[in-house]
Write a protein that binds this ligand. Structure first.
Ligand code: ARG
Length: 399
């Protein structure tokens, strides 16, 4: 008896996921492996990947375009939550995993598979995100993770693959481990493993070095509806169009490079480089628009919700009851978040230079220091007396 009969494998076309196919069949007695590659806008040719899976022994090789849903249902929700892990990482990789898990489960159900598989090792966050998301969506499916158990080195993995007709990588493969989609690139390993080494310029693809960015700033007006970015300079954009447009524009100005030491869920600190131009600009602009529209207490309370939300997404709990409850809170706060934010893109910075909204709580009559000031200054004295009363009493009895 094998570990499963029919398996749907998350497939990227790389050596590890390719070797998973014969490994599942020959070592773990799986009868049939169906591969599934998700198109998340990684820009790679997915057609050769489809064939590679078949050559490696898959009975069926599926490619599913989920780009639209990725942005609409995952990235835009993260923008509404101003989600930056450890205040910096816009979760480009983390947000893709629950969506991949969703289509893995749907495919397993459609094809009558009894298990799902992925090629993650035991050291990363992605294994957690896949396993927990799949369990949440269909707890009766088994989850197989060959690379977590096989204990083969890189060379051994390649040699194992060659026995089953999986070619070794032709060109000397990149020393970096790169995950890429519409939201950006996550880059680790190679020389980056030394946290004291400056990232070489060659690792970047989406963002220019500051030395090469334009010497004149570029202004953009981003329009939001219910906290979702919908227009650029007055022009409606599709979700994908919005991200692509800002990746190009902000990348051209060197915006969205992040170099950080990050705390993984499994307790390891890792050095990650990200480039995420569009998300960097959109979260900044969104947060700024909220500051014009939301009350002070909602703004402040939401910061705590955002922190928890971000950790849950990072830690693989996208489909969990607390996350769903936080979603409801966040959605409620976005009802009035309509308006535009003017952003100046210049030399690695997205600088917010203006914001406007029909729902603005900013009241010029109250804020002004000019002659038309409507604020009742005398009211302040009584307010301060009551506000400071406990502090005053505390000080008195402490004397
Ligand atoms: N550390 C990031 C995360 O957990 C990205 C990991 C992606 N993989 C990579 N090869 N850099 O979301």
């Amino acid at each position: 008896m094998g570990r499963a009969k029919k398996v749907v494998l998350a497939y990227s076309g790389g050596v590890d996921t390719s070797v998973c196919i014969p490994y599942l069949k020959h070592e773990w007695g799986v009868e049939e492996v169906i591969t599934l590659a998700a198109d998340l806008g990684q820009g790679e040719e997915l057609e050769p990947i489809r064939e590679k899976a078949l050559k490696s022994g898959a009975s069926e090789s599926l490619v599913i375009d989920v780009r639209e849903s990725f942005i609409r249902d995952y990235a835009f929700a993260a923008i509404q939550a101003n989600a930056l892990y450890e205040n910096r990482y816009p979760l480009g990789t983390a947000l893709a995993r629950p969506l991949i898990a969703k289509i893995l489960v749907e495919t397993a159900e459609k094809y009558g598979a009894d298990a799902i598989a992925h090629g993650c090792t035991g050291k990363g966050n992605d294994q957690v995100r896949f396993d927990v998301s799949c369990a949440a969506l269909n707890p009766s499916l088994k989850i197989l993770a060959p690379a977590r158990e096989w204990g083969m080195s890189r060379e051994e993995t390649i040699a194992y693959g060659e026995r089953f007709g999986i070619p070794a990588p032709v060109k000397k493969s990149s020393p970096y481990s790169i995950d890429k989609n519409l939201l950006g690139r996550s880059i680790e390993a190679g020389v980056l493993e030394d946290p004291n080494v400056e990232p070489p310029e060659e690792i970047y693809e989406m963002t220019k070095a500051i030395a090469d960015t334009p010497d004149v700033p570029e202004y953009m007006e981003i329009g939001f509806r219910n906290g979702i970015p919908v227009t650029i300079n007055g022009e409606e954009k599709s979700p994908i169009g919005m991200i692509e447009c800002l990746n190009t524009a902000a990348g051209n100005h060197g915006i969205g490079r992040i170099d950080m030491i990050e705390n993984r869920l499994v307790g390891i600190k890792s050095r990650e480089i990200y480039e995420s131009p569009a998300m960097t600009v959109l979260i900044q602009a969104h947060r700024d628009l909220e500051s014009l529209i939301l009350t002070a207490d909602v703004t402040h309370y939401k910061r705590g919700i955002e922190e928890t939300y971000t950790q849950m997404v990072y830690n693989g709990l996208w489909y969990s009851p607390l996350k769903a409850a936080l979603d409801a809170f966040i959605q409620k706060t976005q009802e009035r978040v309509n308006g535009t934010v003017r952003v100046k893109l210049y030399k690695g910075n997205a600088i917010i230079v203006g914001r406007s909204s029909g729902n603005s709580m900013y009241t010029p009559d109250l804020a002004t220091y000019g002659a038309d000031d409507k604020f009742d200054h005398k009211a302040a004295e009584g307010f301060i007396y009551v506000w400071g009363l406990p502090t005053r009493i505390w000080a008195q009895i402490g004397k």
